[in-house]
Design a protein around this ligand. Structure first.
Ligand code: CO
Length: 174
């Protein structure tokens, strides 16, 4: 089921999400709704709080190899992460990020180049994944949501000011 996206600066985006303790059909339904919502909105990642649920769950679309890119994104290519924790990070890089909670805004953000993340799947099994490419950036962006952080808060003072002014102007009813 497609759910409504929580839009910046909604206060819920500031919540620190809670650890998932029970891996039952309720968490499965949440992950399925997150998937439906991400696909409907053409997103590449989504944290539970972005549909108003303060649980430590996120999903990321793993980019397909170019040969497969003409086919639609299969669900098997979606990484589901519950209670993720960054256990190693190093290097630095930057990437133009966007977010379904800040629609239409794309800004360069500094991140670690390489991360290693421990997480649980929807059944509670523990996994470790590491990456130094798109997935590394996406994981840092989504894990930030679980800590109540949105990517625009990482912009430099000047860029942030400019963004806030523009965002206020745009959010005003016409
Ligand atoms: Co986001």
């Amino acid at each position: 089921m497609v759910r409504e996206i929580v839009i910046y600066p909604d206060k819920r985006l500031k919540l620190i999400s809670k650890k998932v303790e029970v891996f039952d059909e309720k968490i499965h339904a949440l992950l399925d709704d997150m998937y439906d919502t991400m696909i409907a909105k053409n997103g590449v990642g989504l944290a539970a709080i972005q549909i108003g649920v303060d649980l430590r769950a996120l999903i990321i679309n793993i980019p397909l190899e170019e040969a497969d890119a003409e086919h639609s994104q299969p669900k098997e290519n979606t990484l589901e992460m519950i209670n993720p924790a960054i256990i190693e990070m190093d290097g630095s890089t930057h990437f133009q990020e966007g977010c379904l909670s800040v629609p239409g805004v794309y800004e360069d953000v500094n991140r670690a180049k390489h991360v290693k993340v421990e997480y649980q799947d929807r059944f509670g099994n523990t996994h470790i994944i590491e990456d130094d490419d798109f997935l590394a950036i996406a994981m840092q962006h989504e894990i930030d949501h679980l800590e109540g952080r949105v990517f625009v808060e990482k912009l430099s003072y000047t860029k942030r000011k400019k963004f806030e002014k523009e965002w206020k102007r745009r959010s005003k009813p016409a």
